[in-house]
Ligand binder design. Structure first.
Ligand code: SAH
Length: 278
């Protein structure tokens, strides 16, 4: 599949992803067009294959980024997305239903943010009020994501406004961070419990995440990440199969009542979600 979608420019790559049905919604396509992969991939930015970014990490292949965004899309779009959805429906394009509480700013966690590319694409989709946190366990890669994003005017604006933040922490524990203006919590995402959390019911409503993307293969479907999903919320996570050889994408949905559904999807190959190197 890889080489079919490669291009010689960002536009060509995105067009080929569209033609191959790897991108199927106009909103995803326009977000991919807004973010030039050349700012994030040090080599062959428009090839549909992963590229090394140092520290044993890779920027994932464009078709995997596309699949992640398409899967999470209904949990990324802000209220205004519903208008665009109607417009898209009128023009005959199919866009999934926008879910979530009307008017509530989106909160998205990108675990293993690496190059920062997907963090940027996600930020293009959540709108002006949304927040995307890119989480890395290697400080140099946290810095890389931020540096890459600062190469474009749009990226700098996202960083300056606080709508995108890159943090250092162990993604297996998730991350807890209030919306713009609030201070960063301690290492490992241990924030003081909010009033909502102390009430014990709607635990993650005050913080929590509408969408969690995991960019490295987890040994298990970490409960803590599922707990940090909002109701409703969705997680896209590659997980090692029990034989330790195969990996599959799992899509975890939490509905409005807090019921969790886990669905095994396609076979993939990601670098592992591990302890940080010493
Ligand atoms: N989405 C990124 C993928 C980078 S590769 C991109 O497309 O550029 C996976 C990343 O996961 C690596 O950068 C690696 O450092 C990070 N990672 C691995 N284990 C982690 C952990 N426990 N917590 C946070 N990040 C982790």
């Amino acid at each position: 599949m890889a080489w079919y979608s490669s291009g010689s420019t960002n536009e060509e790559l995105v067009e080929n992803l569209w033609r191959s049905n790897l991108i199927t919604t106009p909103l995803t396509k326009s977000a991919f067009l807004k973010v030039d992969r050349a700012n994030y991939a040090p080599s062959d930015p428009y090839a549909d294959s992963p590229q090394p970014i140092g520290h044993g990490a890779t920027i994932s292949a464009p078709h995997m980024h596309a699949q992640a965004v398409e899967t999470l899309l209904p949990f990324l779009l802000p209220k205004e997305g519903q208008e665009e959805e109607k417009a898209a429906a009128r023009s005959g394009s199919s866009v999934p239903n926008v879910v979530g509480q009307a008017g509530r700013p989106r909160r998205v966690l990108d675990i293993g943010s690496g190059s920062g590319y997907l963090t940027h694409v996600l930020a293009e989709l959540v709108g002006d009020t949304g927040v995307v946190v890119g989480l890395e366990h290697i400080p140099a890669l946290r810095d890389l994501g931020e540096r890459n994003m600062a190469k474009s005017r749009e990226g700098r604006a996202l960083l300056d406004s606080g709508r995108v933040r890159f943090r250092v922490g162990d993604g297996r524990k998730g991350w807890s961070e209030a919306s713009p203006g609030a201070a960063q919590p301690g290492v490992g995402g241990e924030a003081a419990p909010s009033a909502a959390e102390e009430r014990g019911d709607k635990k993650e409503e005050a913080g929590g995440w509408d969408a969690i993307h995991v960019g490295a293969a987890a040994a298990e479907l970490h409960d803590e990440l599922v707990r940090q999903l909002r109701s409703p919320g969705r997680m896209f996570i590659p997980v090692e199969a029990e034989d330790g050889w195969d990996q599959y994408i799992w899509i975890v949905d939490k509905d409005e009542q807090g019921n969790v559904r886990k669905e095994k999807s396609v076979g993939v190959r990601y670098v592992p979600l591990t302890d940080a190197p010493k």
